[in-house]
Design a protein around this ligand. Structure first.
Ligand SMILES: *Cc1c(COP(=O)(O)O)cnc(C)c1O
Length: 384
């Protein structure tokens, strides 16, 4: 059996090696390392793939979120509501901009932001909602967009984990994750579903004026060379990363399908197990199906309901099976984001999830032998 990895980037590279190497050597010869033609070409390709008016490439997914918030003109003291159960980058940029993060609980089935909790947290100071499409599945965008419209709030989608996912609205319309709100962001960190060979990120919007503002902010607030109209940052996607991403983008749908296929096999093997809750897909047809593309399985995350999650992590380590706990501590209990306004009773779901979740190896190169080895190890331990 091939050695099991949490993410197998080396294996994936073998399938695109010639193309990637050729395009990188073109860039080396041209020496257009920053803002070369590959960056613009990737931007155009991604706009077409996503069906969005504007893609603004930048240096990483954290910058993308920060720049989106800067572009919307959010001011210190404005309240921004986001999920308690996510990677810290989301809340970090809110705090860095001296906005006030307001963390709310999540849905126990999808792990995505709980829209009722969002509504309860809205105050006259609330300016934006940041849904995170966690683990590869969109948050409840019908309800979030309706709530935002009712209260005149911006919606900033943190789409670092769900690029390529479709959201099916209640009326049957489909839209790509990250393109439904006023602005969306993503990360091209190597292990993300569309990963570069270094850092990268992008911001998406259908708003022409906002796109113009964002393009200035990523480049020191310059709209004309050496005229700095607004305070900006330096956040660039380099040409080599753009070339890698451009070579990978045509494969993104098949990469997503490979992840879904692995998820289907995992879930079939775990079906009927009393102590395991497998991931649910609530969008489209409700199943992990070939056509609806609603879950792109950035992570395949189980809930272990008999209190043995930590022991299972240890057991898998001994069996050379990598796994992850995303996330072990709710953001509202992280030292950097403590706030006396939070009440433990407001976070029952997150507080439970941090004790129950475990993410299994998930990538495009998993084979049946590996999946069987992993599922047998999990089931054997929990029933042992
Ligand atoms: C990875 C990630 C980010 C940050 O992306 P970087 O490119 O690492 O800065 C932000 N939000 C979420 C939910 C992520 O998973």
């Amino acid at each position: 059996m091939k050695k099991i990895q949490m993410v197998d980037l080396g294996g994936q590279y073998q399938g695109i090696k010639e193309q990637v190497n050729a395009t990188i050597s073109t860039i080396m010869e041209s020496a257009a390392f920053i803002n070369g033609p590959e960056v613009h070409a990737f931007q155009k390709d991604l706009e077409t793939y996503l069906g969005v008016q504007h893609v603004i490439p930048c240096a990483n997914g954290t910058d993308a979120l920060q720049i989106a918030m800067m572009g919307l003109g959010l001011k210190p003291g404005d309240e921004v509501i986001t999920a308690d159960f996510t990677f810290a980058a989301t809340v970090e940029v809110i705090a860095l901009l001296q906005l006030t993060p307001v963390l709310v609980d999540v849905d126990p089935h999808t792990f995505n932001i709980d829209v009722e909790a969002v509504e309860k947290a809205i105050t006259p100071k609330t300016k934006a909602i940041v849904p995170v499409h966690l683990f590869g599945q969109c948050a409840d965008m019908d309800a979030i967009l309706a709530l935002a419209e009712k209260h005149d709030l911006y919606v900033i989608e943190d789409n670092a984990q769900a690029i390529g996912a479709d959201h099916t609205f209640k009326d049957g319309r489909k839209q790509k994750a990250g393109t439904m709100g006023h602005v969306g962001s993503t990360s091209f960190f190597p292990s993300k579903n569309l990963g570069a060979y270094g850092d990268g990120g992008a911001i998406f919007t259908n708003d022409d004026e906002l796109a113009h503002t964002l393009r200035g902010i990523v480049n020191h607030g310059m709209y004309k060379r050496y005229y700095h109209d607004v305070v900006g940052v330096n956040s660039r996607l380099d040409s080599i990363q753009a070339a890698v991403l451009r070579a990978k983008l045509p494969n993104l749908n098949s990469y997503c399908e490979k992840r879904r296929a692995a998820a289907r096999k995992y879930s079939a093997a775990f079906s009927g197990q009393p102590n395991i809750v497998v991931p649910v897909t609530v969008n489209g047809c409700g199943e992990i199906c070939q056509s609806c593309n609603c879950h792109v399985f950035h992570q395949y995350t189980l809930k272990i309901t008999n209190g043995k999650r930590d022991a299972l992590v240890e057991h898998l380590k001994e069996k050379q099976i990598p796994c992850g706990v995303y996330y072990p501590i709710p953001l509202h209990r992280q030292k950097a984001y403590l706030d006396e306004r939070y009440d433990e009773n407001d976070f029952p779901v997150t507080n439970q999830l941090v004790q129950e979740v475990i993410s299994l190896p998930m990538h495009t190169e998993l084979d049946d032998e590996q999946i069987t080895y992993i599922t047998e190890a999990v089931i054997g331990f929990l029933n042992g």
